[in-house]
Design a protein around this ligand. Structure first.
Ligand SMILES: [Zn+2]
Length: 761
């Protein structure tokens, strides 16, 4: 006799059948014979919530010696997609990819043995109490649990009289006296409420009584979790961790997660904001969404309804979700609002000749305003770049800004604006607006509130007959004193020492956007004095300083880095700054200049100081000349800084401390006299507030590695050592690697290890 089954389908239907062959959950289907008409069919598990098996099947799943103890841990409540609730006992070892076996403990269940399909259930919740989970995780002590349960009990049984006395600062004795007097006088009918008596006696108003009743009511409803957080026994994050265990959901940190674009597109922005959720993944038509409110089952229902997709809810902290929303979900900005926004005085200006403004719809006042507003908006939001990315066909024009190193979608503009907007950009940057197939570069000068802002424009043809535009925003940069650039005391002193020299070369190296130019300008600021003649050649000039003579290269007319350098050498320089050594000729002239009595500063696009030496050798620079010229090589990276407004001190665990020591290099850690592990050792951790868009990070901090041109380093260069040999030789001479610098900044509470490791290998 084949085992009898009852299948509950996702649409709520019940199907009675008998099993054909055996049921293997991971096949993804079940082969059955329908009771009603004897037809044979295979039903995919994706259409099923759960399957009840009669007792004949029981021994297939459980051998008799496999009985499980009664404990609350395995008790769960399950809610299916079809809206049914089941009380079950769950067995860890009976879990499969597609679902799990359980025994129903409801009296009304048709059979005891059930197989639940994961995709067919909305919510699973363990019966074990939150406090027990927290205790098991070592986050809460038994004595604290008793305290909190008592508090919850006392909140439930608080009397109206007590609450009134507390809220209105009337002594409880007065209240009691009034009540006693009334009951003794016998003038009050039975069942009169305490509140009414007090009002009658003129002690309180109706409103005050209502407030007390409301407070009594909310005291009754107070959940244990809420109380635990309010009394500070556990943190909000710890509570969420326990809740995620209770509801068998994954608990994740969203900090280093990059969401799938498809996941972001699956839900409308307003819904993401309203439910305070964040969509992360979209694989095998399953949508993974993070929530900080796992107890609210309406969230999953709304998402399912809105997407008609299979869903996995995971748990993340409220702040993590807020930060992710801020970063990835653009606020709906009304295009009309952008165009009609009260504009400050702004106008496009040209340096040399005025380009003819052709009569086109690109010059329609709407497009002109929109274009100007985007440029101003990006400048005001401190964006370093603006990306115009037109979608194919009727796709929107997406505009992203890069701020503090990261791109973020800021505007979504209707498709009808994309062509005229790109044309307008070409016109004001002096480009050929009839050319659509070749890349073009130009620049825009915009006057914003009497300040000149420059934008470097790069137009690139993309698929679907579109053109992308990327604008680099210039002139926004300032010069900062060297002391404010985040150098360690040692590095600052060494660097200042280098800057007292009258000849030789100082290089600043790192990838694009690591702040090399800003650092060189700080160095120049240090030596900028009327007694020195300082020439700079840059492409583009991003920072201007009074006193410096600054040159912008212009390859179109043959004014290259080499040309400028040759001209400088005839123009009586003391100091020469070269924006970037891109080719071997520039590098060789720079070294020559530094050997003939000039102080030269430049940047190079390499990853580390030792690597720079090898790279220059490859560029054909003579190692003997270079070693003679070398004053120092400063390698630099930027990483996120903890927000000063909300970061919090904490005592790191032993493991965390060991991780820091290992990352630093245990021997070096000792040799450099770094912090010991003591009870008062505190580090800082991120929290998240208004000022940092809930991310916990605000601004960036530079990490440095300064290789000094010592005798030993010069020798290593002459002997053509490899990058690793050079590095080891310099470390032995007291150089601190960039990672070491970063970890010192972790101990100073400026940043955290994960951010340091992001930029240091
Ligand atoms: Zn903050």
């Amino acid at each position: 006799m084949a085992p009898k089954l009852i299948l509950e389908l996702v649409d709520g239907q019940k199907v009675e059948a008998s099993l054909i062959g055996s049921f293997k959950p991971d096949d993804g289907k079940i082969d059955i014979l329908l009771e009603k008409n004897g037809e044979r069919c295979k039903i995919p598990l994706s259409e099923i919530c759960c399957i009840f098996f009669n007792d004949d099947f029981d021994q297939v799943v459980f051998s008799s010696d496999n009985e499980v103890k009664d404990n609350t841990e395995s008790l769960e409540e399950v809610e299916t997609v079809s809206g049914k609730h089941f009380q079950i006992r769950f067995f860890e070892e009976q879990e499969f990819q597609t679902g799990f076996y359980a025994r129903s403990i409801d009296k009304h269940a048709p059979h005891k043995l059930v197989f639940f399909v994961f995709d067919g259930i909305v919510l699973r919740s363990q019966h074990s109490r939150l406090c027990e989970i927290l205790e098991k995780k070592g986050l809460l002590q038994r004595s604290d649990i008793q305290k909190i349960l008592k508090k919850q009990q006392s909140l439930k049984s608080r009397r109206v009289g007590e609450i009134i006395s507390e809220q209105n600062k009337i002594s409880i004795n007065d209240v009691e006296a009034v009540l006693q007097k009334s009951s003794k006088s016998g003038t009050i009918p039975p069942n009169t409420r305490v509140g009414d008596i007090l009002i009658e006696e003129g002690l309180v108003t109706r409103q005050q009584v209502d407030e007390a009743l409301a407070s009594q009511h909310s005291g009754k409803k107070k959940k244990i979790g809420q109380l635990l957080v309010e009394t500070g026994l556990v943190s909000e994050d710890q509570l969420l961790l326990a809740l995620s265990t209770k509801f068998r959901m994954r608990f994740v940190s969203l900090e280093n997660i990059t969401p799938h674009r498809k996941a972001l597109d699956a839900l409308p922005g307003y819904l993401i904001r309203k439910l305070h959720i964040f969509p992360l993944e979209y694989t095998d038509d399953r949508l993974v969404v993070a929530t900080s409110n796992p107890t609210d089952s309406t969230i999953s229902n709304i998402i399912r309804f809105s997407t008609n997709q299979k869903l996995e809810l995971i748990v993340a902290t409220f702040n993590d979700i807020a930060a992710a929303i801020k970063l990835y979900i653009p606020e709906q900005e009304d295009i009309v609002k952008l165009i009609t926004r009260d504009s400050e005085e702004s106008s496009v200006i040209t340096e040399e000749e005025e380009p003819e403004d052709p009569v086109l719809k690109e010059s329609d006042s709407q497009i002109v305003r929109l274009c100007n507003q985007i440029l101003i908006d990006a400048y005001e939001k401190n964006a370093s770049d603006i990306h115009f990315e037109p979608g194919t066909r009727n796709g929107l024009l997406i505009i992203r800004y890069r701020t503090e190193g990261f791109c973020k979608v800021v505007h979504r503009i209707p498709s009808m604006y994309k062509k005229p907007l790109i044309s307008r950009l070409k016109i004001i940057s002096g480009l050929d607006f009839t050319e659509h197939r070749k890349p073009q570069s130009g620049k825009i000068l915009l006057s914003v509130k009497n300040k000149k802002v420059e934008y470097r424009v790069e137009i690139t043809p993309t698929v679907g007959g579109n053109e992308d535009a990327v604008l680099r925003v210039l002139s926004g940069s300032k010069t900062y004193p060297l002391e404010d650039m985040g150098f360690s005391q040692d590095n600052l002193e060494n660097l200042k020492d280098i800057l007292t020299k009258s000849f030789g070369i100082l290089l600043c190296v790192g990838p694009t956007g690591s702040g090399k130019t800003t650092t060189l300008h700080s160095a120049l600021d240090c030596i900028n004095s009327p007694i020195r003649k300082i020439w700079t050649v840059e492409d583009p000039v991003e920072i201007t300083q009074p006193g410096l003579r600054q040159v912008q290269v212009n390859p179109k007319v043959g004014y290259t880095f080499q040309e400028a350098l040759r001209s400088f050498l005839r123009a009586d320089p003391d100091v020469i700054m070269i924006g970037e050594m891109r080719d071997s000729e520039t590098a060789q002239i720079a070294i020559q200049a530094s050997l003939t009595g000039h102080f030269v500063l430049s940047t190079l696009h390499t990853n580390s100081a030792p690597e720079t030496i090898v790279r220059l050798r490859e560029m054909g620079v003579d190692p003997l000349n270079f070693s003679d010229a070398l004053l120092g090589i400063l390698s630099q990276r930027l990483t996120l800084k903890l927000c000063d407004h909300c970061k919090r001190p904490y005592h790191p665990s032993d493991e965390e401390y060991t991780e820091l020591v290992d990352a630093y290099g245990a021997d070096w850690f000792k040799a450099h006299n770094m912090e010991d592990y003591t009870d008062d050792l505190t580090l800082m951790k991120k929290v998240g507030c208004e000022k940092c868009d809930s991310s916990g990070y605000k601004g960036r901090i530079a990490l440095h590695e300064l290789l000094m041109g010592t005798e030993q380093a010069k020798n290593a260069i002459k002997k053509q050592y490899s990058a690793i040999e050079i590095k080891n030789s310099c470390l032995a001479e007291n150089m601190k690697s960039m990672k070491m610098d970063g970890i010192s900044k972790v101990f100073q509470g400026i940043t955290v290890l994960s951010q340091v490791l992001k930029v240091c290998a």
